[in-house]
Each structure stands twice: as structure tokens, then as C-alpha cells.
Write a protein that binds this ligand. Sequence first.
Ligand SMILES: [Zn+2]
Ligand SMILES: [Zn+2]
Length: 204
Amino acid sequence: MVGRTPRVPHRVISVDAAPTDQPPPDSKEWLDIIRNQVDGNEAPFLNGLNRWLKVSWSDPSSDLLGVTRFEMDPNELMRRRRMQAPSGPVCIELHPILVDDPALLAHTFVHELLHAVGLTDHDNRHASLTEMIAPAPSLADSPVLMRLRSEVLDGQEIQGWTCTNCGTSWKRTTVSRPKRCPRCARSTVIPHEASSDDDIEKGS
Ligand SMILES: [Zn+2]
Ligand SMILES: [Zn+2]
């Protein structure tokens, strides 16, 4: 398992979330923390980001916990990265289901903010920074993760399973959730969705 925190599913499947009146979280304090942890090469878009970044709640029907959208197309972004120039307009949308789950909200927000500052790959560096700055809550501490898990278990969208103990992922071959991990034999198996970098969108 590279890049993603195994216990945080990437997609929100058929949750029944309400829109929220609360303001979206403020990026400033998180960006200050991120600034102390990254260097300019890996975070070329950090300087001046406050001016370009817009944070909002996504539509409750969105199936992503968070998404980062750059207005510029991939080639232009690449050029700006080389020149250490600002990325131009970028927006982060967070799912309103997160409003009552502060730890998962912070984790998701930092995940997306790291994309926005220029860490656009789901590599180990991105994952370890996210875990260091805003660790994913355990299942027991996260109402959203608990809810997603039970809803996902009823769904057909599950493509595989992940062990939260050893990180092993494997393809789904059974309808019901395996009781034990085939590698470490612990009963710490949760649904896993094969996913790519689809929470990052670049203009085209
Ligand atoms: Zn295991
Ligand atoms: Zn991501």
C-alpha cells in the first residue's frame, strides 16, 4: 500500500449527507504548519497560495471526501512548477459529511492542501507528511469512517480488501468481508478501493 492511509477509504459511497451552514475550514494555520515541513522544490505552489486558493464544501452528492482542482492544464502547471511560479487558481472541495468529524476533516484537508502546494502525487512523501501533520483517526474515533465502512460493506463497489494492521491489499473474491488478513491473520480487514490520483483535477 503506497500513498494512502489504508484505513481511510478514498470514495464516499451513497452516503446521505446534508449540506452545512458552517464555514469551510481556514487554510492559513495548516499552510503555516506545512511551510515548516516542506522545501520549496517539493512545494513550488506554496508561496502566494493564500491568494489563489478557494476552499468550499462539495455538493453532498459528491463521492469524494476531498478534491483539489487546478484551473491550469497539466502542461502549464508543469511549466509553472519548473519556474517556481504560482499555480494560478486552485480550489479544494471538502465533503460536508466531514463537518462533525474534526480529525478526519483535518486529515482530508491536509491531504488536499499538500496537493495544492505542489505534492501532486500519492507517494510515500505525501502520505507521511499527511500522517505527521494531521493523522487519520482510528475507526473507533471517527463517526464518518464507521459509517462509511458499514455502508460500503453493503455495496457492490468494493474492489478489494485492505488489512489495517499490515497494509496488505488484495482483490475482492468474496461477497462478504474476509474475517482475517491472509498475511498477518488479524481481523483488521476493511474495504479497499483500487484508486488512482482521481482526487486531483487539472484544467484541460
Ligand atoms: Zn494483515
Ligand atoms: Zn489525493
